[in-house]
Design a protein around this ligand. Structure first.
Ligand code: CUA
Length: 338
């Protein structure tokens, strides 16, 4: 008996720790938008569970304890036996009260999640592409300071940021479960949402509208950092890529510009202005490549450039047959894009 208890409590402990550390667990919130959704989620879960249990108990009780002489009696006869108030209470008043309270709480949550921040710390455009997220920090006063990156959204901790979400191809849906609910990314439409991270950390998100072959490999992360770290990141990202001084990296830049790379990718500060794939100006600062599919390491980049189709079939990047020396030079150059 003791060992069974130990196994059960161990399993519960493992389950609860797995839940709290699971990055997509929407029952954990780290910001006000997610917190109001989490409270509503718990209310709906608990109230539904209670209703299901009460109904099952009543059905079972009714099946077993109904007096024989009253089986199959009409509503009029039930009323005659004094049962009508229970039908009104259990069938009308209690369900109506639960639905009205749930409706009120849902309206409150809607208000909290759609309320745009009055003074956002940043306005960030998020554009769904098959199958990655373009992320743009548009500087209205000085367009040369506009930041373009992919799949990683830096935000200052404790401050709301406004998100302008759209799509370049099909319908996607942007979702960072522990920070904010789902917002559809629709071509030709800009949906405004907001989020705020209350503690420093990395929050994983996922495209949550089926958008084709690599829907599952369309992740994004929000990186919440101190306002000082965020300002430093912003300043660094606004700069164009540095011209490489190392001979191998310089050769890599030449490879980039003369090969198919520059047709699809942009690197500010070079001649590459492609808009098909992610902007690579500060590629080396990113944690992952291919929208969260691979860690951003030299080896993974080499594999990705060589044959991305074997890693993420169906993506827009062609198989590149670069000579080994060119590939090494290109990798050396990409590593300088800090
Ligand atoms: Cu994009 Cu699913």
């Amino acid at each position: 008996m003791k060992s069974t208890c130990r196994v059960v409590s161990g399993a519960l402990l493992a389950l609860s720790s797995a839940c709290t550390s699971a990055p997509m667990n929407y029952m954990v919130s780290h910001g006000p938008a997610a917190a109001s959704e989490r409270s509503l989620g718990w209310w709906l879960l608990i109230v539904s569970a209670v209703v299901v249990v009460v109904v099952i108990v009543l059905v079972v009780a009714g099946a077993f304890y109904r007096p024989r002489d009253r089986a199959g009696e009409s509503l009029e006869r039930t009323a005659a036996h004094g049962g009508l108030p229970w039908i009104y209470i259990g069938g009308l008043i209690i369900p109506a009260a639960i639905l009205i309270v749930s409706f009120g709480l849902t309206l409150g949550t809607l208000h909290a999640t759609t309320r745009p921040p009055t003074d956002p710390a940043a306005t960030i455009q998020i554009i769904g592409r098959r199958w990655w997220w373009e992320v743009r920090y548009v500087d209205q006063r000085d367009p040369t300071k506009t930041i373009v990156t992919a799949n990683e959204i830096h935000v200052p901790v404790g401050k709301p940021v406004q998100l302008e979400i759209s799509s370049d191809d099909v319908i996607h849906s942007f979702w960072i479960p522990q920070l904010a609910g789902k917002t559809d990314a629709i071509p030709g439409v800009t949906n405004v949402a907001w989020l705020q991270a209350d503690s420093v950390g990395i929050y994983r998100g996922q495209c949550t509208e089926y958008c084709g072959l690599q829907h599952a490999n369309m992740a994004a992360v929000v990186i919440a950092e101190s306002p000082v770290a965020f300002a430093a990141w912003e300043q660094a990202q606004q700069k164009p890529a540095a011209v490489p001084t190392d001979p191998e990296a310089a050769a890599g830049l030449a490879v980039f510009q003369k090969s198919a790379c520059a047709t699809c990718h942009a690197i500010r500060g070079s001649d590459a202005l492609g808009r098909v794939g992610p902007d690579l100006t500060h590629l080396a600062t990113r944690l992952t490549i291919a929208a969260g599919t691979l860690e951003n390491t030299r080896g993974n980049l080499a594999g990705w450039i060589g044959n991305s189709q074997s890693i993420k079939p169906g993506n827009d990047m062609p198989v590149m047959n670069l000579p080994p020396d060119d590939l090494q030079a290109l990798l050396a150059y990409l590593e300088t894009l800090k």
